[in-house]
Design a protein around this ligand. Structure first.
Ligand code: PBG
Length: 328
């Protein structure tokens, strides 16, 4: 056969394949979401997320040290709040003495170079399990903004580097930006959960925090999985309101959205490889149905190929160990 073009020539050997490889995942791209609980010497596994535990602050410092050793230096902590501290207005979320601000300060004291991206939303602290104030079954937008801004400010005061509003209220990026600036925190960045979809894949995370909505669902604030133009609208608003990064969440079922934001924005784009996506890979691997390690590497690569600069993933530590093993 006289074929002029034979793409297989560029796949002939490992050295050639490496030479023409377009995308890479490095430890620099990763943010590790972690779960912190009250108490001392606590390590409570999350059944639906094999390999991931909720740690008390003391144990989490050890965990962070071992991640830093592997090159993972950015973390997205989430607090597990006990039921008796939850209320309708998520008041614990801006308590300086609360678990979360104390944890942030402790991490920054021990690891000044570690980057902390802290979540802003009411659900871990809300007795309703929603991201906003519930009034007669409705989620109030504008009244919620005040709480989000107070929460963001306490996190910034404690030492957070990046604020991550995950609540999907309208106008929250601008509102939080203004509140941070007014209080002297113009250097604290905002990574907006720009396109956050009402997804079935959040299940294991809600188990980890015991934060599932007590009634209804999140469809009046999180996006409809059927929509993509709407993600561009959200991206435009977040950009105008001052977001420093745009995020897409979940990740795997929304690679097209990552690509679309990449093509339409000059801001760094992040992908959140969420709890349910992690659980799927782990469950299939535990059954021997797929090679878990290879699947992990392929999943993470898919985000880079789609155009993400940053990946939030529960695989962060495991992937760093894998890279170390591969590179000897
Ligand atoms: C809530 C929040 C959720 C996640 C991050 N922040 C869940 C939700 O919206 O119900 C999910 C992360 C994951 O599933 O890994 N504001």
């Amino acid at each position: 056969m006289n074929l002029t073009r034979r793409p297989r020539r560029n796949r002939k050997s490992e050295v050639i394949r490496n030479m023409v490889q377009e995308n890479f995942v490095t430890v620099n791209d990763l943010i590790f979401p972690i779960f912190v609980v009250e108490g001392q010497n606590q390590a409570i596994p999350i059944t639906s997320m094999p390999g991931i535990s909720r740690f008390s602050t003391d144990r989490m410092l050890d965990e962070i040290a071992s991640c830093v050793e592997l090159g993972v230096k950015a973390f997205a902590p989430f607090p597990v709040i006990s039921e008796d501290k939850k209320d309708r207005f998520a008041m614990e979320s801006y308590n300086k003495e609360g678990l979360f601000p104390q944890f942030i300060a402790e991490v920054k004291k021990n690891f000044p170079d570690v980057v902390l991206m802290t979540d802003v939303a009411m659900d871990p602290y809300s007795s309703d399990g929603h991201d906003g104030i519930v009034d007669n079954g409705e989620i109030l937008n504008d009244a919620t903004l005040d709480i989000l801004a107070k929460m963001a400010l306490e996190q910034a005061r404690a030492g957070a580097d990046i604020i991550g509003p995950s609540d999907m209220m309208d106008g929250r990026v601008g509102f939080i930006r203004e509140h941070l600036d007014k209080n002297g925190f113009s250097n604290v960045a905002i990574m907006s959960y720009t396109a956050k979809y009402a997804s079935a894949f959040y299940g294991p995370f809600r188990e980890a925090l015991d934060s599932a909505p007590k009634f209804g669902d999140k469809k009046t604030y999180q996006m409809n999985p059927a929509n993509s133009r709407e993600a561009l609208l959200e991206a435009e608003l977040d950009t105008l309101e001052g977001a420093d990064y745009l995020m897409v969440k979940p990740g795997l079922p929304y690679l097209d959205i990552i690509k679309s934001l990449r093509d339409n924005s000059h801001l760094p784009i992040a992908a959140y490889n969420i709890s349910g996506e992690y659980a799927m890979v782990k469950a299939a691997a535990a059954n021997g149905w797929i090679d878990g390690e290879k699947a992990m590497a392929e999943v993470l690569l898919s985000f880079k190929r789609a155009g993400a600069d940053i990946i939030l993933t529960y695989f962060a530590k495991e992937f760093a160990q894998y890279l170390k093993k591969m590179n000897g």
